[in-house]
Each structure stands twice: as C-alpha cells, then as structure tokens.
Design a protein around this ligand. Structure first.
Ligand code: ATP
Ligand code: MG
Ligand code: FE
Length: 350
C-alpha cells in the first residue's frame, strides 16, 4: 500500500510518499519539505497569512516532485493523507482542499489526519514500536505527555498550562538576540556555556500531576539577562546553558511522574518516545534516554528530519488509519483546534 502525505498546518510545506510492503514494513520513498523559516524570520515568528500564501505557491510542485522521486503516479496510490488540523486555518485549508481535489480526481480514499497523531505515531514508522508507549510530544505549539494506546486511542497524562517547550525556546532566543526558530540556536549556544552560573527556577518540579509551566522560567531568564546587560557572547552562552538545563530537569521530572501514572491508564509501556520539533534537542534526548534506561524501557526518538513537521509522518498516519478502515468523507472539515487525547483521571502516584 502506498499513500501520499500532505502537511501545511504551520510553516513547513511538505509532501511525502510512504509505502508498506506485504510484511507490513514501511519505507519512505519520498519526503519533500520546504520550510518557510526565511519568510517568517524577520518577524520572529510565523505570520499566518504569509504562511498560507507560501503553501499555495509551492504545494503543487512539491507533490509532483514527491511522486517523481518515489517513481510513482497518482493512479498508483492507495490513499491521499492530509493534516486536517490542528494548525493555522489558512494553511490547513490549502492542504485539505488540495488533498480532496486529488482524492476526487483520482478516485482515492481521503485520510484526514490529526497532525498531533502523526507526530505520535512516527515512532512506529521509524522503529516499528508496539502499543502502548509513553509519548512526550513537544513542539512550538504543543507540549503534552500522552499514553499512546492505539491508533485513535490517546490519554493525556499532563501538559503545559502556559507556554509550549518549543515556544519557550523561541522566546528565550528572541530575548537573547538569537535567531528564529530558537531551539537549535539556544542548543548551539548552550554547548559552550556554564549551566550553573545563573540560578534559574525549575517550575512544577515534584508536582504530582505531570504538567508543565514554562512562562516563569522565561521571565526569570529575562530578569537575569537584564540584570547583567549588555550581554557578551559568554553571557548568552551561559544563559542558554542555564535555560536548557532547567528545561531538561523539568522534562525529566515530569516524564518520571507520567511513567508512574502510566500503568493506571495503559499498563506497561513498550518504550518512552519523544516527538515534535523539540525532540531534536540533544540534551533532552540524552536525559530522556537515561530516564528510560533507569525504568528498563527503550527510548525512541525519530531522526532529526522526522522530528519537525514533515509529510512522511502524515502519510504514515494515513496508512495506519487506512489499515483500520478509518477513511474520511470528502466533507471532512479543517480543524484549527483538534485535541489529540482525552484527559486522564488525576495521577495519584506519590
Ligand atoms: P506544532 O506545534 O503544531 O506541531 P510546530 O511547527 O511548532 O507546530 P515543529 O515543527 O514540530 O512544530 O517544532 C518546531 C519547534 O521545535 C520550534 O519551537 C523550535 O524552536 C523547536 N525546536 C527545534 N529544534 C529544537 C532544538 N534543537 N531544541 C529545542 N527546541 C527545538
Ligand atoms: Mg514547524
Ligand atoms: Fe508539528
């Protein structure tokens, strides 16, 4: 089975072709991504109208290129998958209308995928993971700890009550005068920095509910930066190192609590999984791997090109849904908001 995946929910335009052979083994046959970062960088964040227009400009060509790279044609596909949300409505509509048109013209099933579900299922594409697993989904717009029990079956154990982790990295970068997106910049600067020079808070540490709160950390960072301004390169490096170390401590503490609560909702996990753009962060990956090791679990994080938004994860989520007969109608709506998971009962583990 072969599916085309289309992604336009934020600032990446992406189209990919993923196949599954008769043994169920997947292969990514094409994975085209065009980032709009340069177009948004001057504004320090994604501008919705610019994003939507940029998707319109490149999506057709990107799909044609993906088909060509994969050596396949529209007529040979078994389905058209598209991220129908959550995300910026203008961009989502560009992808969804394109996918519907292709599905109608080529008479193929439409698979309207939740973008967050696609992030959540990527570990099954890359590592053939079995359910259930604990997922830290962390990107620019989302941060949650989720028990992934099956396709379409997610329980939210905790999440952020203010900023997403990627958003916190982006804001930290902005206030330190670094580029956008901030995550990679902060990580790069942190490498040469002293994480202990500045005493930054670890919000929510020890709380019984595995939630996150990151806006206080960002404020503390700003206060320190203003206190010692003007900043030399050394100062920026130390602030980045301190900020990243604080985030790592929080992530590990929250994930540890979620692991304890996991059994009540889903039994024993097969692995600890990280997904979303923040999963590209080396310090977070190493710390999560160590935590998983402590718990006797495998740690799985997608390769860097599958951490951020991409079409392969959409195609894969489409294949998972197709296999279960979860095909969508041509009236499938664009959903700017689309929660992945149901809320769990409060975690009571000590
Ligand atoms: P959504 O939240 O809807 O998935 P998004 O575009 O924010 O949308 P991604 O493209 O998955 O999602 O992630 C981008 C985010 O990941 C940005 O906030 C970026 O700063 C962050 N990020 C990327 N690389 C790193 C890194 N090395 N360290 C920390 N954060 C990173
Ligand atoms: Mg993005
Ligand atoms: Fe994403």
């Amino acid at each position: 089975k072969t599916v085309l995946g289309i992604e336009t929910t934020c600032d990446e335009t992406a189209a990919a072709i993923v196949s599954v052979d008769s043994d169920g083994l997947p292969s990514i046959r094409a994975n085209e991504v065009l980032s709009q970062i340069a177009e948004h960088a001057v504004y320090g964040g994604v501008v919705p109208e610019i994003a939507a227009r940029a998707h319109v400009e490149v999506l057709d060509r990107l799909i044609a290129r993906a088909l060509e790279r994969a050596g396949t044609r529209l007529a040979d596909l078994d389905g058209i998958a598209v991220a129908a949300g959550p995300g910026l409505i203008g961009g989502v509509l560009v992808g969804l209308v394109t996918a519907k048109t292709l599905a109608l013209v080529a008479q193929k099933p439409l698979l309207a995928v939740n973008h967050l579900e696609a992030h959540a299922l990527t570990a099954r594409l890359t590592d053939g993971l079995d359910f259930p697993y604990l997922l830290l989904l962390a990107s620019g717009g989302h941060t949650q700890l989720v028990a992934v029990r099956g396709v379409g079956d997610y329980v939210r154990l905790g999440g952020t009550i203010d900023d997403a982790i990627g958003e916190a990295f982006d804001k930290a970068a902005k206030l330190l005068g670094l580029g956008y997106p901030g995550g990679p910049e902060v990580e790069r600067m942190a490498e040469g920095g002293d994480p202990e020079r500045f005493a930054l808070p670890r919000p929510m540490l020890g709380r019984r509910q595995p939630d996150f709160s990151l806006s206080g950390l960002k404020t503390a960072l700003r206060i320190e930066a203003e206190r010692i301004a003007p900043l030399a390169e050394r100062d920026v490096a130390d602030l980045c190192a301190g900020f990243q170390a604080a985030v790592v401590d929080v992530v590990i503490d929250r994930a540890r609590i979620a692991l304890r609560g996991f059994a009540d909702t889903a039994g024993r996990p097969t692995a600890l999984v990280a997904a979303g753009g923040v999963a590209a962060n080396g310090a977070i990956r190493r710390a999560l791997a160590a935590l998983a090791g402590e718990a006797g679990l495998a740690f799985v994080a997608p390769p860097l090109n599958l951490c951020g938004d991409n079409g392969a994860m959409i195609a894969w989520a489409g294949l998972e849904r197709l296999r279960l007969g979860l095909v969508d109608d041509i009236t499938a709506p664009a959903r700017p908001r689309w929660p992945l998971a149901v809320e769990s009962a409060p975690v009571t583990a000590a």
